[in-house]
Design a protein around this ligand. Sequence first.
Ligand code: URA
Length: 442
Amino acid sequence: MRMYDVIMKKREGGELSREEINFFIQGYTKGDIPDYQVSALMMAIYFRGMNKRETADLTMAMVNSGQVMELASIDGKKVDKHSTGGVGDKTSLVLAAMVAAAGVPVAKMSGRGLGHTGGTIDKLESFPGFTVTMTPEKFLDNVREHGIAIGGQTSDLAPADKKLYALRDVTATVDNLSLIASSIMSKKIAGGADAIVLDVKTGSGAFMKELDSSFALAREMVDIGCNVGRETVAVVTDMDQPLGFAIGNILEVREAIETLRGNGPSDLTRLCMTLGSHMLVLGGLTSKIDEAWSVLEEIISSGKGLAKLKEFVKAQGGEPAPVDDPSLFPSARLIKDLPAVTSGYVKRIRADLIGKASLILGAGRETKESSIDLMVGMVLHKKIGDHVTKNECLATVYANDEKRMKETLPIIREAFCIVPEKVDPDILIKGIVDKNSEERFQ
Ligand code: URA
């Protein structure tokens, strides 16, 4: 088989066989096929697309390029969750504790990530001493003993995706439905989950800006998961404004703690309850979503979720005291309120601009090598539909550098669109996609 022929076939709109897909994934992973040929193939796939069979084969070829986590020694169905990414998204921190406290084991691989804030692991490192460095045996022991462990995504999990994603990132071939779906699902499947709940974001701060393309991505991923024996449900959710109020690592951890305490923002709480309910049903704890919802309500009101967070942080070497007293977290040096210049109603809070401001403040990484500042970020004080009075505070900004603070204030101001007429709040949960159905809520 020659790579040239595989590229030519896709360029002409042909359907790649499983053998051809395995050939290029194995050859690329081993370094036998060069970047320039795989770039050409990615561009051909970008324009010609892949059908469901090709997408499933690409997913499994990437899964088989490395190791698959072996979680069979842990009792119960292991359910993983993935979000396609959004500004202010700290749901994993809340969900992991809630779901584990309910009795569904959480054995999760997480990333650090590039972008406006750090990933789940960076956020957890807000607890002094917290580490994801542990042997596979310790990881499994923690899940057995505490019902929860979060590890770092190792290079042995879906290495082909790691190489391919980096290549797509610099060749303008990221935003293709089959390539995104196979990339995400290969990592989830290699992570060893029996079932998967996906949070597919839609709107200005998401990969998929349009509702229809978000539903199409959700359908593609659900079909991949179900076709390879992993029950998968996708919830399509709003990312036209940041989730919750806090953006930035420690600030988000504080908000997650408040949510586990029952005092979180209503959108974040609702999203965690929705995703968590689906996780409990897939995990076999309850058969109905409303029963699962009640279980999670009790987890919050009894303080079991908060207790589980403390137990988990301690089990991974962290200092859990800030869970009870978040003022123990270090704070940024410069804190500034941003006042509204006009009265009216909030029509839009552009998540992409808020993300950009957060990155400039230093909360996220521009490149893999950049370091992040856990203390900086912002807390918004308004959501879409809220009334604002002139000079009322729109956001409080936390910085450790005067110049960066100055640079971000106009960006945050631009993110807020305030209009004189009343505005309806956004609908957070746009719909649910599972194996057999698709439900849209608007
Ligand atoms: N996230 C991934 O992991 N892969 C993609 O292709 C896009 C988003």
